[in-house]
Design a protein around this ligand. Structure first.
Ligand code: ATP
Ligand code: MG
Length: 446
């Protein structure tokens, strides 16, 4: 706006001065033309009066001073009657005597004046010059008025835009303030805080995303609390057993050595159990890391399955359970050997563990277009339908009492599922109580 004002002021002043100078020159030419025929005769009293009348009339009309000079710069006539017969020389008069129209603006005592001179020509000869001076102050006061008006308009515009900006800033900042408040709530641990932003713009979207985030946060927090309480519970059970056994031993000074031995064996097996829980937990934490890198290798799944079966065979033999691998072709895919082995050990281990003596376990390896399918089928005790949705949860066991006897921690399936998910695969279980269980693992070929 300031630049505009500077530009407008400059432009208006220049164009007004040009226009005024041109006007002055054309008025001056009129005067010169009118008096040209009489200039040679001004010595004559009547002619002099006649010419004097003309210039005084024009001088009055144009509100300016008119001076008529001869070619030697001598003043023949002055409408103000002050310079008669004196010599006057200005740049404009010199120009006029050489035949040019000439006009300029000057400052005298901080007042603006125009000087304009034109030649007086009679019979193609320069017989003198007509010189006009007139005040130019009005030009600057006119431009000043326009600039004042512009300033007023611009000030009003600035005031209105500031007002609108403040208004908009408040409309925008209100929801952001709400968000800030909610973030502070979350910092205090209130994870299920929700913001109420109804606008349909980007801020509204941010509000929705924020609410989704807090929902997720509170779920994670809920899971974390449950996990901690489960872990404490799982660790406490063996501790309690050991405490009871050791208290009993300490309560009497003289037990039989056989009793000591038996009790110490109990303590020993509880320590084993504790170790198993801690190992499994650490492994689970490791595979649940967000940025876990899998160590992919091209692997024959057939050989991997054979290795797992060989490892489990001694346990299966004690219950006279047959473990059979059914594979029609050799299949090779990219996978993290150590992790998939761990997963298969868990699941085939379960099939053997939860199948009574003389049972059967089949492992089918099936090649499909985009994926490979491994079915682990047993004819064991099965899983009740109401437990199926939970068996992948950490520490979940269908029959707590039996699980304690078999040494199950309830972490095996949680770990297995996480490993399959890390490989972008899927794991599913179907089961009928008393008939058996099928666990299906699907792994992508690429
Ligand atoms: N093949 C199966 N037949 C019957 N029940 C099963 C079978 N596989 C798993 N389950 C049930 O699912 C529960 C969870 O299995 P998971 O492997 O996670 O734990 P676990 O076997 O008890 O302990 P862990 O594997 O850590 O030794 C088991 O306790 C068992 O009740
Ligand atoms: Mg298991």
């Amino acid at each position: 706006m300031i630049l505009t004002i500077i530009f407008v002021e400059d432009y208006l002043t220049k164009s007004n001065i040009d226009e005024a100078e041109n006007n002055l020159l054309s008025q001056n030419t009129q005067v010169a033309n009118q008096i040209a025929p009489f200039i040679g005769n001004v010595d004559n009293e009547y002619t002099y009066r006649y010419v004097e009348d003309i210039i005084k009339q024009h001088s009055f009309e144009y509100n300016s001073r008119i001076i008529i000079l001869d070619p030697q710069n001598k003043v023949l006539l002055d409408s103000y009657d002050l310079l008669n017969n004196q010599k006057v020389s200005t740049e404009e008069i010199d120009d006029a005597l050489m035949g040019f129209d000439s006009a300029n603006i000057y400052v005298h005592d901080s007042k603006y004046v125009f000087y304009a001179a034109v030649p007086i020509i009679e019979h193609n000869e320069i017989v003198g010059s007509s010189f006009i001076t007139s005040s130019a102050d009005y030009i600057f006061s006119d431009v000043g008025e326009i600039i004042d008006k512009l300033l007023l308009i611009f000030t009003a515009a600035v005031a209105v835009s500031i007002f609108i900006s403040i208004l908009f800033a408040q409309i925008i900042s209100k929801p952001i303030e709400k968000l800030t408040d909610s973030v502070q709530h979350i910092t205090l641990g209130k994870y299920d805080t929700k913001v109420d932003i109804s606008s349909k713009d980007e801020i509204g979207e941010l509000g929705d995303a924020f609410n989704m985030m807090t929902t997720k946060l509170s779920q994670v927090d809920e899971r974390r609390k449950k996990f901690v309480s489960n872990v404490s519970h799982e660790l406490r059970t063996p501790m309690t057993s050991m405490k009871i056994v050791s208290d009993t031993l300490l309560s009497s000074p003289s037990w039989d050595e056989a009793v000591y031995r038996e009790f110490m064996q109990d303590i020993n097996s509880e320590i084993d159990r504790l170790n198993k829980i801690i190992d499994s937990l650490l492994y689970l934490v490791r595979v649940e890391k967000d940025d876990l890198d899998l160590n992919y290798n091209m692997t024959y799944v057939n050989y991997l399955l054979e290795w797992v079966i060989k490892t489990i065979k001694p346990i299966a033999d004690t219950k006279n359970i047959t473990v059979t691998l059914i594979a029609h072709s050799k299949i090779q895919i990219q996978l993290d050997q150590e992790k998939i082995q761990q997963c298969l050990l868990n699941i085939i281990g379960n099939a053997v563990k939860y199948t009574p003596e003389n049972g059967k376990v089949w492992i089918e390896l099936i090649e499909q277009k985009e994926q490979i399918l491994i079915n682990i089928i047993d004819n064991g005790i099965g899983i009740p339908e109401r437990d199926l949705p939970f068996i992948f949860d950490r520490f979940y066991r269908v029959d707590e009492a039996r699980a304690r006897k078999t040494g199950g921690t309830g972490l095996g399936l949680a770990i297995s599922q996480q490993i399959v998910l890390l490989h972008q695969g899927r794991i599913e279980v179907s089961s009928n109580v008393g008939e058996g269980t099928t666990v299906s693992i699907r792994l992508p070929r690429k």
